[in-house]
Design a protein around this ligand. Structure first.
Ligand code: GLP
Length: 241
């Protein structure tokens, strides 16, 4: 596990976007695993800036997002699809035909999950998987549990996740209690993993992920077993290390 501590989220976004942009320029049809949430937003801004300056084109990349809320359509402003459209895809030349998402509206969860896992395989696997981490150590929506998952599945969200994410939903909107997520196996099969964790609320999760034992009670701790993972943290999230 390579842990890189930087002064602030802006510095992290410059470093992480550079890794992603270099990968795209070296392999224009690379496969990227993207994450939602506050952690990657600055990085996405730097990628958009580079695209606007003509330094990178995203038109040949294939993307797989980590997770999606159950019951939300692509048009729903709280869906992760909408988030990615607003914060990255729609502001670049990404080919939406090559954008892959678990469908939170699927009537057959099992088929949906199997098809997603197959699609990742058929694309040749993920070159770089970008991750954030939940305050409880979740990655994607792999909540603390008794065992590590392999492929995509439907998950009941933990109360701490509901507490952390309900701020993004309006007063009259109810946050879904279930989501579809890539499994730990899907994440671990990525060639390279980059995780961003900033702010004091992540300090405990960062400590358990980096220094704790590998246990499904802190899903992010499994990353200690990956051959190429870089964790970017700021002073606040590094406070307990
Ligand atoms: C969310 C998402 C994760 C994300 C994490 C941290 O619930 N499902 O993919 O990485 O929690 O979110 P944030 O970056 O907003 O702190």
């Amino acid at each position: 596990m390579k842990v890189i501590k930087m002064e602030n989220p802006f510095e992290i976004s410059k470093a992480v976007s550079q890794v992603i942009i270099s990968k795209i320029n070296e392999k224009p049809d690379c496969v990227l695993g993207f994450a939602t949430g506050a952690s990657p937003v600055e990085t996405y801004k730097r990628i958009i800036e580079a695209y606007e300056k003509g330094e990178v084109s995203l038109k040949n990349i294939t993307t797989f997002n980590l997770d999606e809320y159950c019951g939300l359509s692509h048009e729903n402003k709280n869906s992760y699809y909408y988030f990615m459209k607003e914060n990255l895809f729609g502001k670049t030349d990404v080919d939406f035909e090559k954008v892959n998402f678990l469908s939170g509206l699927s009537g057959n969860i099992e088929d949906e999950c199997l098809a997603y896992q197959k699609a990742i395989e058929n694309a040749g696997g993920i070159d770089i998987q970008l991750l954030g981490v939940g305050t409880n150590g979740h990655i994607g929506f792999n909540e603390p549990s008794e065992s590590f998952s392999d492929g995509p599945f439907r998950v009941k969200l933990a109360q701490s996740t509901i507490d952390a994410n309900s701020q993004y939903f309006g007063e009259d909107e109810e946050m879904p209690r279930y989501a579809l997520t890539m499994g730990i196996g899907d994440i671990m099969r990525a060639e390279k993993i980059i995780l961003i964790a900033t702010g004091a609320s992540k300090a405990k999760a960062v400590y358990s992920m980096v220094k704790g034992e590998v246990t499904p009670l802190c899903p992010a701790s499994v990353l200690q077993n990956h051959k190429d993972v870089t964790i970017y943290i700021d002073n606040e999230s590094a406070a307990l290390l």
